[in-house]
Design a binder for this molecule. Structure first.
Ligand code: SF4
Length: 393
């Protein structure tokens, strides 16, 4: 597998948290989606934006000594259902409550069918500096089986609208391994990725999640999922083809160079801290992981009663924290986990804590130690799920 070469880049302000804001509204719920999203509730958007701003103020009161956020990620759902004015309100509310670094990465997810040049220009003026576009596929059978509302021409128009508006940091989301996808269809999508040359690409294998309409169709035999061996061979093929142009820095993520990596997602993979605002959002502050009430109406009501709308918390003990640092860090194929940083952070060495397992995977050449960093090998990346699961306490 060929890969472009660049050095690991430390996060700016590594200890600063990220800020995730969840927009749980979609025009239509895609049949494969199991996110916390709702169609037909668009009339709640103005009250929801108010509630998000109020929740950020509650966070600022509850965590007064936290550093300013290094990143904002407005995800969904479909954030591009919000007006640029509403997006600006959220960014401004974050700056005036929890605080945001002046040079923060500010990402917004979008659906191709919402993007015009004017809309994108207004997003830039509102403070969004990185746009993530949910293309998923440009092949008609893929778009149909994934239940997407846009066509290939609409996705291309959206990408070029973002460029024409002046976005210089664009990420594309694609899905592969959808039912009946052929190698030729996969290649056609990869051809377009290479032709568009966006700064960043995420490619995820389709997962048939329980309880979704897609899983019902599979159970009834109406759709046949691509088998695991084919998905693995597709992944290998993608790695091979994108490697000449992109840095494969995380299992499912490629960046045109080290500066184009997602700073926000690297906070997750480095087991960093982040606020999670919005219905069903997950946060991690101090030693506590938390998740919010899922229903937008309940979330809005809770925030307006003056309480953080937290539904569940989990204290992360030192043992689990060490496992999480390793499991998440190994996803970073270039950086892996620094042995020195691990020991400084967790007060125990990688060898003391995980020696037997690490030695086993080193012997199998699924892990490697290079320049003081433990990483997945190329072969290890192909079976990463089973390797990472072994490090759970
Ligand atoms: S647009 Fe995205 S978030 Fe909304 S339903 Fe479809 S896949 Fe889920």
């Amino acid at each position: 597998m060929a890969t472009a070469v660049s050095l690991p880049v430390p996060l700016p302000a590594a200890a600063a948290p990220g800020l995730y804001m969840h927009i749980p509204f979609c025009r239509y719920v895609c049949p494969y989606c199991d996110f916390n999203v709702y169609a037909g509730q668009g009339e709640l958007i103005p009250a929801y934006v108010d509630a998000l701003a109020a929740e950020l103020a509650l966070y600022a009161d509850a965590y007064p000594n936290t550093r300013d956020a290094a990143t904002i990620f407005i995800g969904g759902g479909t954030p591009s259902l919000l007006s640029p004015g509403q997006i600006e309100r959220l960014i401004d509310a974050a700056a005036s409550t929890v605080g945001v670094d002046g040079d923060a990465e500010v990402t917004m997810e979008s659906n191709p069918d919402n993007l015009t040049v004017d809309y994108c220009r207004e997003l830039l003026a509102a403070g969004v500096n990185r746009l993530s576009i949910g293309v998923q596929s440009l092949q008609s059978p893929g778009l149909k089986v994934l239940g997407r509302l846009h066509g290939a021409a609409g996705a291309a128009a959206a990408y070029h609208a973002a460029r024409d508006a002046g976005f210089t940091n664009i990420s594309l989301d694609f899905i592969y391994g959808w039912p009946d996808q052929t190698r030729a269809e996969l290649d056609a999508d990869v051809d377009t990725i290479l032709e568009w040359d966006a700064e960043h690409v995420s490619l995820y294998a389709l997962i048939v999640e329980q309880g979704t309409p897609l899983s019902t169709a599979v159970r009834r035999g109406q759709l046949l999922p691509v088998d695991d061996d084919t998905v693995a061979s597709y992944y290998d093929h993608i790695v091979e083809r994108l490697g000449g142009r992109y840095e494969h820095y995380e299992i499912s993520n490629w960046a045109r160079d080290a500066n184009a990596r997602s700073i926000h997602n690297q906070i997750y993979w480095q087991n960093g801290r982040y606020y999670g605002a919005g219905a069903g959002a997950h946060g991690f502050l101090g030693d506590t992981r938390m998740s919010n009430l899922r229903l937008p109406a309940s979330y809005i009501e809770s925030v307006h009663s003056g309480e953080l709308p937290i539904a569940m918390t989990e204290e992360i003990d030192p043992e689990l924290s060490a496992s999480e640092t390793l499991m998440l860090g190994l996803r970073l194929l270039r950086d892996g986990v620094s042995a020195v940083d691990f020991e400084t952070r967790h007060g125990t060495s990688l060898q003391t804590r995980f020696g037997t397992l690490i030695d086993r995977f080193l012997a199998l050449e699924l892990l490697e130690f290079r320049a003081g960093r433990l990483r997945l090998t190329e072969r290890g990346a192909l079976v990463s799920n089973s390797i990472l699961a072994e490090f759970l306490p």
